[in-house]
Every structure is written in C-alpha cells, then in structure tokens.
Write a protein that binds this ligand. Sequence first.
Ligand SMILES: Nc1ncnc2c1ncn2[C@@H]1O[C@H](COP(=O)(O)OP(=O)(O)OP(=O)(O)O)[C@@H](O)[C@H]1O
Ligand SMILES: [Mg+2]
Length: 350
Amino acid sequence: MEKRILENLNTAILFFNSDLLLTYVNPAAEMLFELSSKKMLQMTAKDIFHCPGEVIDVTLIKSLESGQPFIEREMSLPLPDKRIIKVDCSVTPLNEPNIETNILVELRAIDRQIRISHEEQLISQHHATRALIRGMAHEIKNPLGGIRGAAQLLEEELNSDDLKEYTQVITREADRLKTLLNRMLGPNKLPKQQSINIHQVLERVRMLVKAEMPKNILFHRDYDPSLPDTQADEDLLIQAVLNIVRNAAQAIGQKGNITLKTRIQRQFTLANHKYKLISKIEIINDGPKIPDYILKNIFYPMISGRAEGTGLGLSISQSIINQHDGLIECLSEDNKTTFIILLPLKENHD
Ligand SMILES: Nc1ncnc2c1ncn2[C@@H]1O[C@H](COP(=O)(O)OP(=O)(O)OP(=O)(O)O)[C@@H](O)[C@H]1O
Ligand SMILES: [Mg+2]
C-alpha cells in the first residue's frame, strides 16, 4: 500500500542511507532525472545532484549529523540534460531505533506549473494559427477553381495556339497553387485509431530518409524499450516525423548525426489533461543553430530558411501531432537542434 502511494506521487522521493548511497527512488524522481531506478540505485547523492557548491550534499550530511530536517525553497537543480529547474527540496533524517539512519529527500519541481501554462499557451496558439490558415486556404481555393474553369472555357474559344499558351499558363499556375493550398490545409482526414508502435514509426522514417539522402548521415537510436503501443494513425505519424527528420538531414549538410530518442513520462499534464503515460520523442541533430527569427515562428506555414523550401513541413507535422492531442516543440543551440514530440499514450480501451 505504502509502496503504491510512493509510486504514484508526483513529488520526487529519494531515500539515502548514511553513506549517502541511494536505496530507493520513486518513478517521479526517475522522470525528473531521466534515469532509471536501476541506474540511479548505484549512485551517491553527489553523483545525482550536480549542484554548484554541492548544496544538497552538504545539507544531507548536516541533516544526518544533527538529526534535523532541512527545507530549501526555490533551489536551482541542474539536471543531466543541462536544464536547470527550480525545486522545493526537503531533507528529513529518519531515525529509528536499531536501524541505520536513512535520509528522505523530497523534490517538488515548481517550474512544472510554469511549463504547463506555457504548453497550454502553445497549444491554443497552434490551434488559432491552424484555424486562420485553413480558413484562408479554403477561401482562396474556391475562386481559384473559378479562374481555372474560366481559363479552360476561354481556351476552347481561342483559335490561335499563341494565345492558348497564355490560358495554359493560367491553368498550370492555378494547379500549382491548388497543390500548395492542399498542403496548407494539411491532412484532410480524421486520424485512424489503430494500435501502433512508435518505434516502428521511427524506424520507417529512418529507412526512408536513409534511402533519400545519400549523404554521410549517422543515425543513432536511443529507444526506451518499455514504451507501450498506442492508439494513433500510423501513416499520419510517419508523415509528421518524416518532415522533422528530413529537415534535420537537410540541415546537417554533408556529414552529421541524427539521434532518435524515446522516453516514457508518467503522470503528465498536456493541455489541461492529465495522462497516465505519455511518450516523449526527441529528434536531435548536430547541425547549425536555427536563427532566432526562424525559430520564433518555425511551426508557422511559409516560414522557410531554404531557397527551395515551401515552409509547410513543420506546420503539417504540428497539425498532425495536435490532432493526436500531442505537443511539438523546438529547441536550438549551436550544434544541437532538438524537436520534442509529446504524445499521450492511449491504451486500447480508451
Ligand atoms: N533541424 C533543423 N535544423 C536547422 N534548421 C531547421 C531544422 N528544421 C527546420 N529548420 C528550419 O525551419 C524551416 C522550416 O521548416 P519546414 O519543414 O516547415 O519547411 P521547409 O523545410 O523549408 O519546406 P518543406 O518542408 O515544406 O519542403 C526550414 O526551412 C529550416 O530553415
Ligand atoms: Mg521541411
């Protein structure tokens, strides 16, 4: 019973023995540090908390020696992925007769609340943009059909081939515009709900991009094998991930690395919905940093840094991920661009 409570807490719980060796870690803590309990259980407090000045380390020793609990509010905690988050940290020594003293460490991320509101803002912004684009594309498509039809009628009335060339330009350009608008409108079918394996999606994309790009791209896979199957539309997800991986391949030039990474996140809130499990898919490449003016609006249609790009790839990916109740984000720094897809894992009976 106690174990079940610990396993389902949102607060990260760590238990250390008197040598400051970790003896228990709950799933919330595994998630926070992005390390499995198996890996963490061989670590000392010092290995886990890379705090400047070893604040937690010292606090633990102080607490152990004095038998007194400590609470540190809004402490900066560097994570293994170099992010620094703010946490409220409590350290409680557990003195029980005849048992070696243990130390209980509780970490509550306070950034999480800020992050949730940021995600909600992103999602509603994505929805608003999509609605605007769809409305516009739809409104352009109708008169375009009229223009094309009229050009064809006119062509039938013309006797001179020279003049027909002009009407053919109109038809051809109208067709080109229609294809573009259709891409802007995005997938026009509702996603199918089939049981799919995310790793299979990533593998398909990896093979496709490998075949397309004869360059020296090294793919690395860092998959979480415990990721369960989910209900989603496989073709649409392939399309969403393909657009991102293609961009990554185009960005790294002649030689570089693309990493496909998956992780499970437990008890995660996305767009006001609390999900038991979500999958975090990361596509990381080591190309140049995306310039800020592109990064700011990267998921908007028509935003492109490539001469031959239409700037639609990512806006399509985004609308597919949104259709699956997920979220997509981009982080870019020198030599490391990461696209993160957060996708709720839906069980069969959902
Ligand atoms: N991994 C990446 N590294 C660097 N820049 C990127 C990366 N992914 C996207 N970009 C930038 O974002 C822009 C928008 O990408 P998006 O896929 O939406 O359009 P595109 O690739 O230009 O055109 P399309 O995909 O429609 O052919 C790209 O043109 C590129 O400048
Ligand atoms: Mg693209």
